[in-house]
Design a protein around this ligand. Structure first.
Ligand code: SPD
Length: 284
């Protein structure tokens, strides 16, 4: 039947997938990289023992990271993606006809190389002429780049451990803001409020110091442990619910999850999340 591969969250919780075959196993200078052929989730990318994305449920994650920002930003000509080496995020960005240039900054070329080879069903836009992939550290890029600012910035990092940890620092978010046009929108994956409330709440706090509008939203990603995942929409202007209906209608065709109702509903938060955010906000 094949062996189990477990992602271990802490001493008490782990998620196991039955593996038919390990398609790739290696290490880059940054991390351990594996691609598993699983029975339940199709091909799964694993970085340093953490499940990153699967053929089965990647659309739930990538569509929800990308489209709430891409349908609400005033302009979407220039888009920056930091992380996202499997190619799912840029694939969704490039479905928007209004995008002229999408720069993807990925620290680890080996993740892209392995993803192109084994996860071709996820990364279907690598050949798009609007895409510019650069292998550099995202922190360094947002601190030092003299590129024109972006209309939309999307952060598709790993958990806050290993090479992805710096993508949760306040100074990194400040660098991102420096690279955003004044009316721009940034969206990021912000971990699970259910499993990692401390990281989730801490992230909201850091973002609130920098942006006038910070709105977390939730959705299911079954691969990520207990399933509840969060992303956060940030801007200095507007709000996350004021979507451009033309852009939205165009992208809903062909989306497996994203639509206008889901967009609105995702920003409705359960009480345990609201209360945690209120506590953080009021310092109580
Ligand atoms: N717990 C895993 C969180 C991973 C978030 N990023 C996934 C990358 C998919 N493009």
């Amino acid at each position: 039947m094949g062996a189990w591969y477990d992602e271990i969250f802490d001493n008490h919780t782990r998620l196991g997938l039955r593996v038919k075959e390990t398609l790739y196993s290696g290490a880059s200078e940054h991390q351990r990289i594996e691609v598993l052929e699983t029975i339940g989730f199709g091909r799964v990318l694993v970085l340093d023992g953490v499940f990153m994305t699967s053929e089965l449920d990647e659309f739930l994650y990538h569509e929800m990271l990308v489209h709430p920002a891409m349908t609400t930003a005033p302009e979407i000509k220039r888009v920056l993606v930091i992380g996202g080496g499997d190619g799912g995020t840029v694939r969704e960005v490039l479905r928007h006809a209004g995008v002229e240039r999408c720069v993807m900054i990925e620290i680890d070329p080996m993740v892209v190389e392995v993803s192109k080879r084994y996860l071709a069903k996820i990364g279907t836009a690598w050949q798009d002429p609007r895409l510019d992939v650069r292998f550099i550290d995202g922190v360094e890029y947002v601190d030092l780049s003299e590129d024109e600012p972006y209309d939309v910035i999307l952060l598709d990092g790993t958990d806050p451990v290993g090479p992805g940890a710096a993508l949760f620092d306040e100074s990194f978010y400040a660098g991102c803001k420096r690279m955003l046009v004044p009316r721009g929108v940034m969206a990021l994956q912000s971990e699970s409020p259910f499993m990692m409330m401390d990281v989730f709440a801490d992230t909201q706090n850091k973002l609130r110091k920098l942006f006038a509008q910070v709105h977390p939203y939730l959705g299911p990603v079954p691969l990520y442990g207990t399933g509840t995942w969060s992303w956060t929409w940030c801007s200095d202007m507007g709000g996350p619910l004021e979507a451009d209906t033309h852009r939205q209608e165009a992208v809903v065709q062909g989306s497996k999850a994203y639509n206008g109702d889901l967009h609105q509903a995702a920003f409705a938060l359960p009480n345990y999340v609201k209360r945690a955010l209120h506590r953080e906000h009021s310092g109580a």
